[in-house]
Design a protein around this ligand. Structure first.
Ligand code: NAD
Ligand code: THR
Length: 344
């Protein structure tokens, strides 16, 4: 099977690899669509993300969906011909975190395209059937693949306990910020504000329906949020840029007694936050890492046309053009590039 393998930073090789054989609990999936995530681009450019270092050739891509072509002998509920979205992180299912339902925190999770685990830029992937979610007829495999970043957004909204009537400020209008904003809206937020420093990103966010798009390169965040909220501040701030200045400014946007959810991954592990501000104003600061139990909700949001993920897609490239696709994905105005594996 054709497989795009990152052999060196900025160098993919199209290899012919053996088609995997599904184990008794697995499904063999003919991959159709795979999103290019910022983390894929980071591995492509730098060969590492923090402590995760690409030491052996690695197959990237963890936002994927396709068609089941074979099922293991113990698999029930899925059959050849079903279209599925693949949840990329498979936990041990036995540890205390798994048993509490927070399986994304499992220390033994194997996450696609995170060294040393291969991802989905390949014609076939064998995957545990309980992490393959059937897509209804109205949900495309492009949408199925983008259940992954949508899941990050849903989890962030859940971590922020976003509720009916809330005002939510999202910082950073990349795919994660946009989908966090739309997940917040779906959770009941009636006012959604977003920031960025790239005018095209802000214009796009406006077109997708945010109530206020703030260019933080030109406008003071606190002033803009105060103006919108009559000096109260946002109930929930979701930080989705990873920029240090933005992480620090979350406390300027949140109301007293509100919640800050940190999603964006800073290049620096330590970012100063004013803890006296946190204490005095009783701010809840929550980390948000990947997701658990979100795929069914993501699929429902797509099936019900509550969230439009296809509108985020700037281009779709065949697997054979993976190098070019990654170069395009790095352009600052691009939101989402996709690889169409079956078009190769
Ligand atoms: N915690 C998790 O589970 C998780 C999952 C996926 C991604 N992430 C992280 O979330 C962040 C967003 O991911 P993405 O794919 O949307 O990235 P992205 O780079 O496409 O988007 C980030 C956006 O932030 C904007 N930005 C930069 N500086 C800013 C500032 N000072 N204020 C406001 N906006 C600013 C950029 O212009 C860009 O539009 C990244 O840091 C990524 O690593 C975290
Ligand atoms: C969650 C996922 O989108 C992220 N890129 C990760 O590797 O954790």
């Amino acid at each position: 099977m054709r497989t795009a393998v990152l052999v060196e930073p900025t160098e993919f090789e199209l290899q012919d690899r053996g088609r995997p054989t599904p184990g008794p609990e697995d499904v063999l999936v003919a991959i159709r669509d795979v999103g290019i995530c910022g983390s894929d681009v980071h591995y492509y450019e730098h060969g590492r993300i923090g402590d995760y270092v690409v030491e052996e050739p690695l197959v990237l891509g963890h936002e994927s969906a396709g068609e089941v072509v074979e099922v293991g002998e113990n698999v029930t509920g899925l059959e050849p011909g079903d279209r599925v979205a693949l949840e990329p992180g498979v936990p041990c299912r036995r540890c205390a975190h798994c048993k509490r339902g927070e399986y994304h925190l499992c220390e033994s999770v194997e996450f696609m395209a995170t060294p040393p685990h291969d991802g989905a830029f390949a014609e076939y992937v064998s995957w545990p059937a309980d992490f393959a979610y059937e897509l209804p007829g109205t949900v495309s495999t492009v949408e199925g693949a983008l259940c992954e970043p949508l899941s990050v957004g849903i989890h962030a909204a859940r971590r922020g306990n976003v509720g009916t009537g809330d005002t939510v400020l999202v910082t950073g209008a990349g795919p994660i910020g946009l989908l966090a904003a739309e997940a917040a809206r779906a959770a009941g937020a009636t006012d959604v504000l977003i920031t960025d420093i790239v005018p095209e990103k802000l214009e796009f966010a406006r077109e997708r329906g945010v109530d206020r798009a703030i260019n933080i390169a030109e406008t003071d965040l606190e002033t803009a949020v105060d103006e919108y909220t009559d000096g109260v501040g946002a109930d929930v701030v979701v930080e989705a840029s990873g920029a240090e200045a933005s992480i620090r400014s979350t406390l300027d946007g949140v109301r007293r007694g509100g919640t800050v959810v940190l999603v964006g991954l800073s290049d620096e592990a330590a970012v100063p936050l004013d803890v006296l501000d946190v204490i005095d104003n009783e701010i809840d600061v929550h980390g948000s890492f990947r997701y658990a139990n979100t795929y069914p909700a993501a699929i429902d949001l797509l099936a019900d046309d509550v969230v439009d993920v296809e509108g985020l897609v700037d281009f779709r490239s065949p697997l054979s053009d993976v190098d070019d696709a990654f170069e395009r994905a790095m352009e600052p105005t691009v939101i989402k590039g996709m690889i169409s594996v079956d078009d190769a």
